[in-house]
Ligand binder design. Structure first.
Ligand code: TXA
Ligand code: MG
Length: 379
């Protein structure tokens, strides 16, 4: 082939490839636009998948009453199909349609926290397919508060099954671009609602046993739940995670949120003293020493630090995660920070602890999971 012919051939190939990848890219539309919501609702009614913003993290939605849609969700995420999906509703009238029994405590929690970041587990009715609940006789239900999520549920006229819209094992998405990174080409549409407000997934409370039990801590704390329905327990497997402890929520059993590098959480002697500047300096000194050692061994090191402490570090790729005075700001940044570790090619990661902040149960649950429970206590 002549050189000019070769050139043309290569260009043509590139063009074909571009067309092909264009088709493989999932369309991203503005979640605040009525026409985008209408289009997304149509896709869902036709059995397709749409990622949409919620106040916690982005969700990957499909028709909750369709086993085919559930199967597509599991396939797109690469998620084990025994890990049940949360059914999203826009009206409490849906409760008796989906749940076999709606105890008074469920109504009280719905009244207090819906729409909002709380998921309630109840016995399921037959209308909810086993494919959606991973074969469990119970169903997880939540009414999100994000306007785009509510608009989509209402416009579609469906109940929407939606796990977090990340590829299985990756941190949950807090931006539409995170969804695109993980799922572009594998789903039909992404509704962009900008950065989510809370940044970690909803609190899950199981009301099917004698005592209401938190299966996943979140923005709605144990104290907030207790103030409405009295005694609430935390799933013991979450407090003392070990190989033998079996968390009630199947999803809490998998390694999750893990960045590619090996993450260790470094804690002060009194874990709740994270906001004490002297303790923070001692933790930072330890992390700096470890980071230097690892860098000298040739590893790429990232450090997750609170804004107040970032000035203490001169080694490693420092990623700030919010303020020790406000757990809410840490939650909002945590997953993006874990993704940034991967982007920076970090092989070793040290994180400060965020125990002792508000919603620290939820933050430390996610951070310790990402760390595979690796904690270094400094004496
Ligand atoms: O904030 C949230 O809850 C987000 C947004 C999109 O709404 N969704 C979310 O879904 O985090 P996902 O699938 O990533 O996590 C759902 C968790 C999993 O740990 C799953 O095992 C648990 O809920 N779950 C769902 N149904 C359950 C059930 N019937 N019994 C026990 N656990 C259940
Ligand atoms: Mg998830």
């Amino acid at each position: 082939m002549l050189e000019c012919e070769m050139d043309f051939f290569n260009r043509k190939k590139t063009k074909e490839y571009e067309n092909m990848t264009e088709k493989l890219q999932t369309i991203i539309e503005d979640g605040s636009s009525d026409s985008a919501i209408k289009k997304a609702a149509q896709i869902l009614r036709a059995g397709g998948l749409v990622a949409f913003p919620t106040e916690t993290v982005y969700g990957l939605g499909g028709d909750a009453l369709s086993p085919d849609a559930a199967a597509k969700i599991y396939a797109a995420k690469g998620r084990p199909s025994d890990n049940p999906l949360i059914v999203h509703i826009a009206d409490t009238d849906a409760l008796p349609i989906l749940a076999g029994e709606v105890p008074e405590k469920a109504r009280m929690l719905a009244e207090a926290f819906w729409p909002g970041p709380l998921t309630i587990i109840l016995p399921k009715k037959d209308i909810v397919p086993d494919a959606t609940t991973g074969g469990l006789p119970t169903v997880a239900i939540r009414m999100p508060s994000h306007p785009a999520a509510l608009a989509l549920i209402r416009e579609s006229g469906l109940y929407i099954a939606a796990p977090s819209a990340n590829a299985s094992g990756r941190p949950s998405p807090t931006l539409a671009s995170h969804v695109a990174e993980d799922l572009s080409g594998r789903i039909d549409m992404i509704l962009d609602g900008g950065p989510v407000g809370i940044g970690i997934e909803s609190t899950i409370v199981d009301l099917t046993g004698d005592t209401p039990t938190i299966c996943r801590p979140g923005f709605i704390t144990k104290e907030m739940l207790t103030s409405i329905i009295g005694n609430v327990e935390i799933d013991p497997a979450l407090i003392h995670p070990s190989k033998d402890a079996r968390p009630k929520a199947p999803g809490m059993r998998y390694t999750h949120y893990a960045p590619k590098g090996e993450l260790t959480v470094v804690e002060a002697s009194d874990p709740e003293s994270a906001s004490d500047p002297e303790e923070a300096k001692r933790v930072a000194d330890t992390i700096s020493r470890l980071a230097l050692e690892k860098e000298n061994e040739g590893f790429r090191v990232a450090i997750l630090a609170a804004e107040e402490n970032s000035m203490y570090y001169s080694r490693g790729h420092v990623i700030t995660v919010g303020s020790v005075r406000s757990g809410v700001t840490v939650a909002a940044r945590l997953y993006a920070a874990l993704r940034e570790c991967d982007e920076a090619g970090a092989e070793v990661i040290y994180s400060e602890s965020f125990d002792g902040t508000d919603i620290s149960d939820a933050i430390m649950n996610r951070l310790l999971k990402a760390a595979g429970q690796r904690v270094l206590h400094i004496s």
